[in-house]
Design a protein around this ligand. Structure first.
Ligand code: PLP
Length: 534
């Protein structure tokens, strides 16, 4: 629980550093130590704990504050070796500089930063056209906005679908108190959040041990008069597979059902158009009314930007849009928050014009080829592939160990061993109804070249050999002794099996307040599904 932090009670706060040092036998501090002239590690700060619970009374020299923070961050994992995340870990220096120069721009100050707004409009136009939004003279204008990521975009699109459904029900004089949304049980947690936050019931199509995407017929069969829409995922978080949006669209048309489709193209939105341009999943399909994409995933921008696009204002009710005159300029706003940095929108514009379609196509082609190579290497080692190859899904490799009742280790032990070699490759349990199937996933990102892939495969082989050479007792010891001195050795809470999780949970950094323990409303709480990292 890293985002919702717990404020400690006074009794749980560490004793002040001075008392700590008084408690032990050590040499006295130098009387003449001067915080402003001495070097960082000769200053008294280096022999004290950094402030943790109470804002300090006094300033700290900036070089010392910066060095202490850098030292702390050096204990984080290396983002380049974090193969758990879909988020970009590489951008060119030229745009890094421009983005850093824009840190002090509030994106919302439209009047003050008109060129930034223009870049935003250009991004919306380019992305909408990439998704074949209707732009002919007979069309109404498609609409779009930037967001912090796909999660915010999904919240907005859920609200828009709900409002449209409510308006229709009200106009028909029907009850509008029980909206539901059809979606796969392999949805990213933001869909569960959207449903809970906006009082929409989850209408799940469950995965099975052999099918990790929605069966289109079952999805459409589940639509009833209270369904506000179907969420179809273009590249699921678990296995990267594309759901069959066209089949769902065609069934809805065939059965004359007035139910919109929203496509969660968080990752696939910047992959499929370049690798599978013939795949119909976007506004080419009449039932698709809105699409979200994360600019910070395969859009190739650092974390902090997503996009939501609507086919036309018909699917974005006026009551949700606020026209504000702010600092002298009129603006329409449909976002959950107000202020945000401008850098990421600028970064997205750079990537779109710098790379162009050809640039994205060459990057996505390389990633797909590296991912196919890794899939074949893992299969040679006996792993069972769960993801698609040859561009039929995202460039990632999802797999699990072959069935072997005699084997004493699982995917979580492999994840741990790889972590000891610096690689962050998560293991997790699949969506419900898959009998707690365990799996691993390697996301192939822009900066993961063939050489790095070879290094990972060599380490993977070593890990399997090491684990194969351990007997039951050693593995048991190994699993319970989860390097208590270094909770980060495992990196990600979600990459731990129950025994691993216990050790992690006991670390103060991961304490969850009693009020939030054992929740039963999420799929994780109800079924033990753990979420992949994004
Ligand atoms: C399919 C899918 N939807 C939504 C999200 C949430 O995206 P974001 O992290 O941009 O909020 C993710 C994250 O990986 C995802 O994979």
């Amino acid at each position: 629980m890293v985002h919702l932090s717990m404020v400690k009670k006074d009794q749980d706060v560490r004793p002040p550093p001075s008392r700590k040092l008084n408690d032990i036998e050590t040499i006295p501090a130098l009387e003449e130590a001067d915080t402003y002239t001495s070097n960082v590690y000769g200053s008294h700060f280096a022999a004290e704990h950094l402030p943790q619970h109470e804002m300090p009374e006094q300033e700290m020299p900036r070089q010392i504050a910066a060095r202490m923070i850098k030292d702390g961050l050096s204990l984080d994992g290396n983002p380049r070796l974090n193969l758990a995340s879909f988020c970009s870990t590489y951008m060119e220096e030229e745009i890094e500089e421009i983005m850093a120069d824009s840190f002090n721009k509030n994106f919302i100050d439209y009047e003050e930063y008109p060129h930034t707004v223009e870049m935003h409009n250009r991004c919306v136009n380019m992305i909408a056209r990439l998704y074949h939004a209707p732009t002919g003279s007979d069309s109404d204008n498609a609409m779009g906005t930037s967001t912090i990521g796909s999660s915010e975009a999904i919240m907005l699109c859920t609200l828009a679908m709900k409002k449209r459904w409510q308006n229709k029900r009200k106009a028909e004089g029907k009850d509008y108190s029980n909206p539901n949304l059809v979606m796969s049980s392999a949805v990213q947690v933001c869909w569960e959040k959207a449903c809970r936050y906006f009082d929409v019931e989850e209408n799940f199509v469950y995965c099975t041990r052999t099918r990790f995407v929605m069966d289109p017929k079952e999805a459409v069969d589940r639509v009833d008069e209270n369904t506000i829409g179907i969420c179809a995922i273009l590249g699921t978080t678990y296995t990267g597979e594309y759901e069959d949006v066209k089949a769902m669209n065609d069934l809805l048309v065939e059965r004359n059902i007035d139910c919109p489709i929203h496509v969660d193209a968080a990752s696939g939105g910047f992959v499929a158009p370049f690798i599978k341009p013939e795949l119909e999943w976007d506004f080419r399909l009449p039932k698709v009314v809105s699409i979200n994409v994360s600019g910070h995933k395969y859009g190739l921008v650092y974390p902090g930007v997503g996009w939501a696009i609507w086919r036309s204002p018909e699917y974005l009710d006026q009551s949700l849009v606020f026209n504000i005159n702010y600092l002298g300029a009129d603006q329409s706003s449909f976002t959950l928050n107000f202020s945000k940095g401008a850098s990421h929108v600028i970064g997205q514009y750079y990537q779109l014009i710098r790379l162009g379609k050809h640039g994205y196509r060459s990057i996505m082609t390389n990633l797909t080829r590296v991912s196919d190579y890794m899939a074949s290497e893992l299969q040679k080692m006996g792993m069972v592939l769960m993801s698609q190859t040859r561009g039929r899904g995202l460039p990632l490799v999802a797999f699990h160990l072959p069935k072997n009742p005699d084997r004493v280790y699982d995917e979580f032990a492999i994840a741990h061993q790889l972590r000891e070699r610096g690689w962050i490759v998560p293991a997790y349990t699949m969506a419900p109804h898959c009998e707690q199937m365990r799996m691993m996933r390697v996301v192939i990102r822009e900066d993961f070249s063939m050489d790095r892939c070879d290094s990972l495969m060599a380490d993977f082989k070593l890990v399997i050999e090491t684990l194969d050479s351990m007997d039951q007792t050693m593995i048991a010891k190994y699993q319970t002794y989860v390097s208590p001195s270094d909770p980060n050795a495992f990196g990600l809470l979600s990459s731990l099996s129950p025994s691993h999780m216990k050790s992690q949970r006991d670390h103060p950094r991961h304490q969850i307040h009693a009020s939030y323990k054992n929740e039963k409303h999420s799929l994780q709480g109800k079924t033990g599904k753990t979420h992949g990292v994004c």
